[in-house]
Structures are given as C-alpha cells and as structure tokens.
Design a protein around this ligand. Structure first.
Ligand SMILES: [Zn+2]
Ligand SMILES: [Zn+2]
Length: 229
C-alpha cells in the first residue's frame, strides 16, 4: 500500500466531506433562526424564509432585480423591518458559530490493517464570528452614511449592502469588485474578513497512525493456541 497516496486521498476526502457538512449545517442554522424570528413576528411566507436563508448563505442577490425575488409579503415590509430580520438572523448566526468546537477528529481505516486518526483545528468560524460582516437591506438612519463610497451613488431603500466590521457599508456588488484587488475597507483600510478566509479554513494539527498487520496477529494467536496443546 502506498501510504502517501492513501494519506493524500484521506485528507482530501475529509476536507471535502467536512466542508459539505458544514455548509449544509450553516444553511440549516439560518433556516431555523429565520423561522424562529419570523414566526414570532408572523410576517412572511416559508418560501421567503428559504430565500433569505439561501441569500445569507450564498451571498447571491441580483443587484438589479433584488425586489423581484421576494414574494409580496416580504416586499410589503418596510426597510426597517427587512433590516431587522436580516440583522437579527446574522447576529444569532455569528453567536452560534462562535461557540463551535475548534478541534475536530476523524478516524479512518483501510483494509483493516491501517488506522489513522486525523485532528484538525477549525479556525474558520473564529474569524467569521470575530470579523462580523453583515449583509443588510438599506434603511435610512441605520447606517453611517447614505451613499456608496465606491460608486458614489445614494443607497436605495431596501437595496442590499455589505457592512464590514468597521461599520462602513457598500453595495455588495461594488465591494465584491473592490475586493478583487484588496481586502481592506476602501474607506478606513481596516482589514476585512475576506482575506481571513484564505488561511482560516482548515489547519491540520497532527496525525497518529497505528499500523499493525491482522495476519501477523492471527499467526501470533494461532501459535499461542497451538503451544497450549
Ligand atoms: Zn456602489
Ligand atoms: Zn471601514
């Protein structure tokens, strides 16, 4: 058995599986939080809850047609109400992920004769919680300024903004373009979460492997048994 190949394969499978599980969990977490918030206020439909959860999770909202994706129920809410729903859902999510355990383990074996234990330190959620970046619908009076300092246009009520930890906010699309070249806030230069993602995801700490041959063990057991006769 080529140990190096097996090891590479195991780690890549683990990382992929881990990412998929975490993504599904994040999406489900947003879903539960939103259902909870919205049922208390009985404001909008389950279909909208799904869309908001998906939006928070993937970050994809078309800039031109933001309004069109929501049902009438959600569109009828005031900018303030929409802002509150988004803000509360993200606050709860950040709190939730900040409590996630940092050390994870996984166990693998191949052909019953190689056992591997993999430990990794998950610093992704630490940075997500520490560098809270919000996705919020604009509502006048809730933000530090009323225009996007990247494109210089006034914010439209209910249009989506990305608010960085420094509280400066920009159109999500403008900021996404801006972050292709830099990772700091365009106004105050404070480093944003986006560059933290690169080195914050998975840090593999150490590996313990115990290798023993089942066949050898069988021979030992058989010899022990035989010698007793
Ligand atoms: Zn802009
Ligand atoms: Zn800033």
């Amino acid at each position: 058995m080529d140990f190096a190949v097996f090891f590479d394969q195991m780690v890549s499978e683990y990382v992929t599986g881990f990412t998929q599980t975490e993504e599904a969990m994040n999406r489900a977490t947003y879903d539960v939080i939103l259902k909870d918030i919205i049922s208390q206020k009985s404001l909008i439909t389950p279909a909208d809850i799904e869309k908001i959860a998906a939006h928070l999770f993937t970050g994809v909202v078309s800039t031109a047609n933001e309004e069109a994706v929501w049902s009438g129920d959600f569109r009828r809410l005031s900018g303030d109400q929409q802002y509150d729903i988004y803000k509360e859902a993200q606050d709860k999510f950040f709190e939730n992920v900040s409590k996630k355990p940092k050390l994870k383990t996984a166990q693998f074996n191949q052909n019953n004769n190689l056992y591997l234990f993999l430990y990794h330190r998950d610093s992704y959620y630490e940075t997500v919680a520490a560098y809270r970046t919000y996705k919020l619908p604009y509502s006048s009076g809730k933000f530090l300024h009323s225009e996007c300092m990247i494109c210089l246009e006034d914010f439209k009520e209910k249009s989506f903004l990305c608010q960085l930890k420094c509280k400066h906010a920009f159109h999500t699309a403008c900021l996404a373009l801006c972050f292709k070249d830099q990772v700091a806030c365009p106004i105050c230069r404070q480093v944003s979460i986006f560059n933290q993602y690169f080195y914050g995801t998975l840090v593999i700490l150490f590996i313990i492997c115990s290798v023993f041959s089942i066949n050898a063990l069988k021979i030992i057991i058989r010899n022990l048994c035989c010698s007793s006769f």
